[in-house]
Design a protein around this ligand. Structure first.
Ligand SMILES: NC(=O)c1ccc[n+]([C@@H]2O[C@H](COP(=O)([O-])OP(=O)(O)OC[C@H]3O[C@@H](n4cnc5c(N)ncnc54)[C@H](OP(=O)(O)O)[C@@H]3O)[C@@H](O)[C@H]2O)c1
Length: 244
């Protein structure tokens, strides 16, 4: 038996239009799954590989998760769902998260939408005895001085993962999470495209390299597979040792 064979499985990656979510989506597709992804732009043609978006072979639809009604009203383009990955995320730099407007926006995308998406698909996941995987961040485990909303929302995501893990175990849904360290995506360009900042960041990572979406996908495949059948409510840190 190949536990990492996802043939016949339906996967949805919210935030699968780019970066980490996109890498996770392509990894499930490469192992036979039918994969839908969503992001904020009108169509797949609005994304480019230069930004970390590889949409070939994925079903793209638009969903702005900062709009709770849009999540509720969504008519998904599939009738069953085996794996739901919530990889949506936003950050505001230049102290924007110290303004209530910015704080609310980030919490809406990074935390409120997790609960809205999870409850939207709870019945489908229960019917398939499926998996829910929440992408938080190692930011949940230390202060991130310039980003209070990012920090609070990611800390909340780890707590939500634990609590839904316990609450939905009886429904047959396994809820777990991934906390990435520093991964080269469009979200982290402010750090990775600045040679000095990049050097400083690499120095703090024991593996001496940035994480890749494929590194994150390894953990996601494991958490969605029977290899992790007795794991619930856990968030796996995937950070090359950054927070050790
Ligand atoms: N990169 C890192 O170092 C790092 C570290 C720890 C945790 N993370 C987390 O990993 C996840 C993926 O981030 P990433 O680094 O891959 O960045 P990314 O390439 O910018 O991806 C973010 C994803 O979230 C989607 N998104 C943002 N706002 C949304 C909204 N209002 N409605 C629907 N979708 C929305 C984006 O859609 P569009 O493509 O349309 O913008 C995109 O698909 C996030 O939760 C992030 O916080 C990243």
């Amino acid at each position: 038996m190949n536990e990492l064979d996802f043939n016949g499985k339906q996967v949805l990656v919210v935030g699968g239009s780019s970066g980490i979510g996109n890498g996770i989506a392509q990894a499930f597709r490469a192992r036979g799954a039918h994969v839908a992804v969503c992001g904020t732009r009108a169509s797949a043609a609005d994304y480019s590989p230069d930004e970390g978006s590889h949409l070939e072979g994925l079903d793209y639809f638009r969903l702005d998760v900062s709009n709770a009604q849009a999540i509720e009203a969504l008519q998904p383009p599939f009738e069953k769902l085996d794996v739901l990955v919530l990889a949506q995320g936003a950050v505001i730099y230049r102290r924007g998260e110290f303004e209530m407007d910015g704080f609310r926006k980030v919490v809406e995308v990074n935390l409120m939408s997790l609960m809205a998406c999870a409850t939207k698909f709870q019945a489908m996941l229960s019917a398939s005895k499926g998996s829910l995987i929440i992408v938080s961040s190692t930011a949940a485990y230390h202060s991130t001085m310039g980003n209070p909303a990012y920090n609070a929302s990611k800390t909340g995501a780890v707590g939500l993962t634990r609590t839904l893990g316990e609450a939905w175990a009886g429904n047959g849904i396994r809820v777990n999470g991934i906390a990435p360290g520093l991964v080269d995506t469009k979200m982290t360009k402010a750090t990775t495209s600045n040679p000095k900042r990049l050097e400083g960041a690499l120095e703090r990572i024991p593996l001496k390299r940035l994480g890749t979406p494929a590194d994150m996908a390894g953990a996601a495949l494991f958490l969605a597979s029977p290899l992790s059948s007795y794991i619930i409510g856990q968030t796996i840190v995937v950070d090359g040792g950054l927070i050790l």
